[in-house]
Design a protein around this ligand. Structure first.
Ligand code: PMP
Ligand code: GLN
Length: 382
């Protein structure tokens, strides 16, 4: 038997539920990905760059033209002046970016604060660096930060605080006031921040995303991570980026260069060209996904599920306490998939100590209208 470095880890819930959806023929609202394609011009651009010889290694830190587009974008949205050369790194996905940032920061014995529910890749990445996670529960139903608990969780070994806004799985948003408060809380401590903002453009009801990039006191000690997969409807491209001050970027790149060295070349060319030609894509995204959220919520209004429309992300939490309070959320997810043909994600798998009273599952609404109507009809029939 191998002496495993991650003895308690199985296969991710996303793989498990997508597999079950495929086996049972259920509508897959579990793993988060669109059932439609990214923009035609973007996909054509990849074909063009593959055909015209952009197929060898790009610079380790990313194609300069793409880093430049990212720098322009964060200036436009967050008023942040970042150096494309020294502060922006293109990575093969946000997961890899987060992994590299954690490896760059966390030393054996260090503690990393994560908010529960928390995205599933964080803790194994911390464990592989020799650190351990301290879990701070968010406050349901709005999933805001409990500042007293956060304050109590910070100790001499705290090295990193992981943020995720818009938040997977709840859709909750941090505000600028939250970021300023956090900056004050850690102002005189040697603590860094990794801010997972992969859903930065999926924020609804006219609210603006509060990025760590817009809070200089936090940015000075932060890695800000995003994913082109979410923003351009191409999750399978696994292309993302990290923005961090030059001194932190140097450390990140030391890890990145030996985890993957670089991200995929023709995808970077295509994204750079598309971002330059179609800046309006980003402006249109909130309305595009809000229409899907609103449709799905309107349809689910006829069901026995309880919910508050998600303020961000492409996930909707629904409460099933009025339907099958006897089932845990894992059991409920299996029952919904097998008996009612809709696959979802249980929320407890994102928590170290799930609240035993929660009766919530996560549904992904990044789907075509017909898929949402079909899924909602099945959910309303329960
Ligand atoms: N962070 C969060 C919160 C996510 O939901 C995802 C989903 N894929 C990722 C990171 C990873 O993004 P990528 O696919 O670019 O690795
Ligand atoms: N982020 C996606 C989700 O939350 C899944 C990504 C993955 O499967 N690794 O559903």
């Amino acid at each position: 038997m191998i002496d495993s470095k991650l003895p308690n880890l199985g296969t991710t819930i996303f793989t498990t539920m997508s597999q079950l959806a495929a086996e049972t023929g259920a509508i897959n609202l579990s793993q988060g990905f669109p059932d439609f394609d990214g923009p035609q011009a973007l996909r054509d651009a990849v074909a063009h760059h593959v055909a015209t010889g952009h197929n060898q290694y790009p610079p380790m830190a990313g194609l300069p033209a793409l880093r430049e587009q990212v720098a322009l974008k964060v200036q436009r949205f967050y008023g942040a002046q970042v150096s494309a050369e020294h502060e922006v790194t293109i990575t093969p996905g946000a997961t890899q970016a987060i992994f590299c940032a954690i490896q760059a920061l966390v030393r054996p014995g260090d503690e990393v604060i994560v908010f529960n529910p928390t995205y599933d890749s964080y803790e194994p990445s911390v464990q592989l660096a020799g650190g351990c996670c301290v879990h701070v529960p968010l406050q349901a139903p709005a999933f805001g930060i409990d500042w007293q608990r956060l304050h109590d969780a910070i100790g001499p070994r705290t090295r990193v605080i992981m943020l995720n806004s818009p938040h997977n799985p709840s859709g909750a948003l941090l505000s600028m006031a939250d970021l300023n408060r956090l900056a004050e809380l850690i102002a005189h401590r040697d603590i860094y921040v990794i801010s997972d903002e992969v859903y930065e453009h999926l924020v609804y009801d006219g609210v603006a995303h509060a990025s760590v990039l817009a809070c200089p006191a936090l940015y000075a000690r932060a890695f800000v991570v995003s994913s082109f997969g979410k923003t351009y409807h191409v999750t399978g491209w696994k292309t993302g980026y990290v923005i961090a001050p030059a001194v932190l970027t140097r450390e990140l790149r030391k890890v990145h260069q030996f985890v993957s060295f670089c991200a995929v070349t023709p995808l970077q060319w295509a994204l750079a060209g598309f971002m330059a030609a179609h800046p309006e894509h980003l402006d249109e995204l909130p309305a595009f996904y809000q229409a899907k959220r609103d449709l799905f919520c309107r349809l689910l209004g006829e069901s026995q599920f309880g919910f508050t429309p998600a303020p961000g992300t492409y996930f909707q939490l629904v409460d099933y306490a009025d339907i099958r309070p006897d089932l845990s959320d894992v059991e409920m997810s299996l029952w919904l998939t097998r008996e009612h043909g809709v696959a979802c994600i249980p929320v407890s798998v994102f928590c170290q100590q799930p609240d035993p009273n929660w009766r919530m599952v996560r549904l992904c609404f990044a789907k075509r209208e017909e898929t949402l109507r079909d899924a909602a009809a099945r959910l309303c029939a329960i």
